[in-house]
Design a protein around this ligand. Structure first.
Ligand SMILES: [Zn+2]
Length: 336
């Protein structure tokens, strides 16, 4: 029998990653391509995706009819029914159609759309989780923002339009004066996302109460150069202000994980995202807290907390796993 193929696409605010793989999803068979996300008009993304798929097919001598499905894992919010992205703050347009324009170029091939974090938890489910974890699994990304994907009782939670588990906008400090990109105050990502860490550091510098000499030295006194990376670097070297910002980041992440465990009673929380470059300052204190004194943060038995191994590849893997599971009618994505 001739081989069949799966296409996976990971659409983010900065990068689009496309992969094509034999339907066995063996790691060594994945051919990848990455490009910057174009934001010229609402069709730029779908045009890029189609071009790259065509290129990959040509380069690898694969015929269109051999593709059994295209999985699109995209930054949200998404409208699963209409197959589009709406209200995304980073992509520049109120509505970005995805499914229809790609369908036009690849008629007859099933196209499946999923919110990126919901896709990523499928990636973890397929490629990383062990059997004991698979039925009650949460993936959390801590990056520019914070997002989540949940598998509970063996089923992926999608919600009414496909945007379930927006955990980063969970309120962790209701009386906070710190406003989130979403408009609310005191969301988890206000304190613990990359953007949050940067903003909290800048704010604290302008208040002038804590010493930030080490941080300022790292950026040559140019505060416009401060990102979460420099704040974590300075904290490691003992910078007082940066240490406080990192402590807050960790504290609110513990609160966030505790809430997630209260809501979903998960076996394992897998953590990924750009902020995990500094996982050594974030995860060990949380793991210790849940081991020694979980009750302050969660009433349920605490979950295991693990760093994902797939790092930047997780979105693409999720998109590939989605097609595999759809094709096989796997129970993790069935509606009942
Ligand atoms: Zn928010």
């Amino acid at each position: 029998m001739e081989k069949s193929y799966i296409v996976g696409v990971d659409i983010g605010g900065t990068w689009i990653r496309v992969g094509i793989c034999t339907s066995d999803l063996k790691e060594e068979n994945i051919k990848r391509r990455i490009t910057r996300t174009k934001k010229e008009n609402p069709n730029s993304i779908s045009n890029s995706v189609c071009e790259i798929i065509e290129d990959l097919l040509k380069e690898n001598n694969i015929k269109k009819k051999k593709i059994i499905g295209i999985g699109l894992a995209s930054a949200g919010p998404i409208d699963l029914e209409k197959g589009e992205i709406f209200n995304n703050a980073n992509l520049g347009f109120k509505i970005i159609p995805l499914k229809r324009p790609i369908e036009k170029k690849f008629p007859g091939i099933p196209i499946y759309l999923i919110n990126d974090c919901n896709g990523a938890v499928l990636g973890v489910h397929y490629f990383e989780a062990d059997d004991r974890e698979k039925d009650n699994l949460v993936y959390i990304t801590i990056s520019t923002g914070i997002g989540g994907g949940v598998i509970c009782n063996g089923h992926l939670l999608l919600g009414k339009e496909g945007n379930a588990a927006e955990v980063g906008h969970g309120l962790v400090e209701p009386k906070s004066k710190e406003q989130c990109n979403c408009g609310a105050y005191g969301c988890w990502e206000v304190f613990s996302s990359g953007t949050g860490v940067k903003n909290r550091a800048l704010e604290s510098i302008s208040e002038g109460k804590l010493n930030a000499d080490i941080l300022l030295k790292i950026v040559n006194n140019d505060i416009t150069k401060i990102t979460a990376k420099e704040v974590f670097q300075a904290a490691r070297k003992g910078d007082k202000l940066s240490k406080k910002v990192v402590d807050d980041c960790v504290f609110y992440t513990t609160v966030g994980f505790g809430l997630v465990n209260n809501f979903y009673d998960c076996t394992t929380i897998y953590v990924g995202g750009a902020m995990m470059k500094d996982h050594k300052q974030i995860l060990p204190p949380i793991i210790k807290q849940f081991k020694e004194n979980p009750i302050i943060f969660t009433v349920n038995n605490p979950p295991e907390i693990k760093l994902i191994k797939l790092s930047d590849d997780i979105g693409l893997r999720g998109a590939l796993a989605l097609v595999k599971y759809k094709t096989e009618k796997h129970k993790v994505i069935s509606k009942n």
